[in-house]
Design a protein around this ligand. Structure first.
Ligand SMILES: Cc1cc2nc3c(=O)[nH]c(=O)nc-3n(C[C@H](O)[C@H](O)[C@H](O)COP(=O)(O)OP(=O)(O)OC[C@H]3O[C@@H](n4cnc5c(N)ncnc54)[C@H](O)[C@@H]3O)c2cc1C
Length: 543
């Protein structure tokens, strides 16, 4: 089925993608199909064509598609923990990520997990609000594309259930401890010929001997905290910020309500006074509040739960033990969601923060992809490439990497080196747009200087203009418009608008100074804008 046909089919299905029957639901928590480490010697009497390390969203989707495309090949999917993951990552799938899942034959993977459709973004800044909807479908039917938000662990378990259902995937609970291969004198890995597998930490007794597995090809999908990334990309990565999260609980919204609106400015959206009803100004949408220490994100994980993620810029996290972290979060939340504008939401946030026993925090990084030059293995997903989570684009980039790579492997034209080179080329536009946008927007939204504050204001004013000023950025964010030149055009248009706001004295974020000073600071802001985007573009463009 082609992409166009998929879209047409989705148009007709207004409930898509969160409702309907999931054919692998019965395997969700089944352990029968998961082999233990003790059974590995027995399993190794057969040959494995592919080993996939890690059954996160990317490893599981990849193993499934490989199994579909190559029914005569056998895949070992090694995952150190097959229980439902409990993490504060990957809870919103952008529309383009949903398209990638469709392409992989996994379009109904959001069914049965109480997932919620997402229609776009509500943005709040200095008491003003605007709506950035997702793009219209080209057919014009059924309006706009949709994203989905959900419990990360539930999506992963549905993806894993699809793998369990495949006869030619062997699911193994174990940990890969080493990539086997040749190193040069400088210690650089030259090629991978296999993997060393040990017991999963939770099940091993520490004395179990490890086993070597020698497939044709190894896929490294060990994710955000990859232990094998350093073999491909030894660069030390600094943290940009931390995301700290907790969950709001509330009543579901009543069915049949519609939560999208026109692109651009919204005059005002009433928020419920009662803390038990859904407190979001626009349920079934992502929410970004820009007036805290860093951007504050809110999105539903189910009809009854909303994730709160507060960004704390910089590599250092305030101490939780001393109470400093809660103080910073409290101040940030009350600035971002002022009581006089959002009374119900403000109360619920502050009460929930006070009652939360544990605040969960995670570091946010940017790791540009490097070419997969090491023979015998492919790094894919977060082990290859990481962007700031502000724009929720990680799984979208990773899933499209799976779509493109598996298509090229199936076509099997040329050597593996040529396939990898082609893959790297084809994946680049979408990865570049989503990754660069994530860090550029974070710099603007965290606005740690007056110039960045001016750029943030210009960005808000720009997005509120409607038409393509709103919809192209929405296309970059959702992964639906993977056009790097257009991204650069809009970014510098925002920078020029910042110049105009400053020189004309209309900026509320950066005030004061005579005309000469305003002109000088406006052009300095242009220089800062270039410094925000160009280094990341340059890193993304490396061969
Ligand atoms: C705070 C935060 C919020 C985010 N929010 C979003 C979002 O809303 N939307 C979005 O699209 N993206 C989001 N992301 C990014 C997204 O979470 C990642 O892009 C995605 O999880 C990458 O999937 P993966 O399969 O590559 O890696 P992971 O999800 O990290 O999975 C790796 C898997 O490998 C297993 N594993 C690791 N090492 C081994 C080993 N040695 N042996 C066996 N198994 C192993 C792990 O147990 C795990 O199951 C967010 C990231 C962060 C940090």
């Amino acid at each position: 089925m082609t992409c166009g046909e998929n879209s047409a089919q989705l148009d007709e299905n207004l409930d898509w993608p969160t409702h309907g029957h999931y054919e692998h639901a019965h395997l969700y928590s089944s352990r029968e199909e998961v082999h233990t480490f003790a059974s590995l010697p027995q399993l190794l009497t057969r040959r494995f064509d592919y080993v996939v390390i890690g059954a996160g969203p990317i490893g599981a989707a990849l193993a499934y598609k490989l199994a579909l495309d190559h029914p005569l090949r056998t895949i070992m999917l090694v995952e150190k923990n097959w229980n439902e993951p409990d993490r504060i990552v990957g809870e919103l799938m952008q529309p383009s990520g949903c398209q990638a899942l469709e392409e992989l034959g996994l379009g109904n993977v959001f069914s049965g997990i109480d997932a919620v459709p997402a229609h776009g973004y509500f943005i709040s800044y200095r008491g003003k609000q605007l709506y950035v909807p997702y793009m219209n479908r080209p057919s014009g039917k059924d309006g706009r594309y949709k994203g989905v938000s959900f419990h990360h662990g539930r999506l992963v378990m549905n993806l894993r259930a699809a793998c369990k259902a495949m006869k030619n995937i062997v699911c193994l609970e174990a940990g890969v401890t080493e990539l086997l291969g040749e190193h040069d004198k400088a210690g650089e890995l030259l090629y991978v010929k296999g993997v060393k597998v040990g017991p999963a930490k939770s099940s091993g007794n520490g004395n179990d001997p490890e086993h070597d597995v020698f497939p044709q090809l190894t896929f490294v999908c060990d994710g955000i905290t990859s232990q094998f990334r350093k073999e491909l990309n030894p660069t030390k990565i600094d943290l940009i910020s931390h995301f700290c999260g907790f969950v709001l609980e509330h009543e579901p919204i009543s069915s049949g309500e519609h939560f999208s609106g026109p692109a651009g400015a919204i005059q005002s959206v009433a928020t419920p006074e009662s803390s038990s009803t859904n407190p979001l100004p626009m349920p079934h949408n992502g929410h970004v509040f820009l007036d805290g220490v860093g951007p504050l994100l809110l999105y539903q994980m189910s009809e009854r739960e909303t994730r709160v993620l507060t960004d704390i810029p910089g590599g250092e996290l305030p101490s939780e033990a001393s109470g400093q972290l809660r103080r910073v979060l409290g101040e940030s939340l009350s600035k971002a969601v002022p009581k006089h504008v959002y009374p119900g939401l403000n109360r619920l946030l502050m009460d929930t923060l006070a009652q939360s026993k544990r605040i969960r925090c995670i570091g946010c990084k940017f790791i540009p992809a490097t070419s997969n030059r090491i023979d015998g293995a492919v790094w894919i997903g977060d082990s290859l490439n990481v962007r700031h989570p502000l724009t929720g684009g990680g799984m979208t980039v990773g899933l499209w990497d799976v779509v493109i790579l598996t298509k090229l492997l199936k076509e099997n034209k040329g050597s593996m080196k040529q396939i990898k080179a082609q893959w790297y080329w084809e994946r680049r536009p979408r990865a570049l747009v989503v990754n660069t946008l994530s860090v550029a927007l974070h710099a603007l939204f965290a606005a740690e200087t007056k110039e960045l504050g001016l750029l943030r204001e210009a960005c808000f004013v720009y997005l509120a203009r409607g038409s393509h000023y709103t919809m192209h950025p929405s296309g970059f964010l959702s992964g639906l418009l993977p056009n790097p030149l257009l991204l650069i055009y809009h970014f510098f248009s925002v920078a020029l608008l910042a110049v105009e706001l400053r020189i004309s004295g209309k900026s509320t974020a950066y005030q004061g100074g005579n005309l000469l000073l305003r002109v000088l600071s406006a052009f300095y802001t242009l220089f800062i804008a270039a410094g925000v985007i160009l280094p990341f573009l340059w890193k993304e463009l490396q061969p």
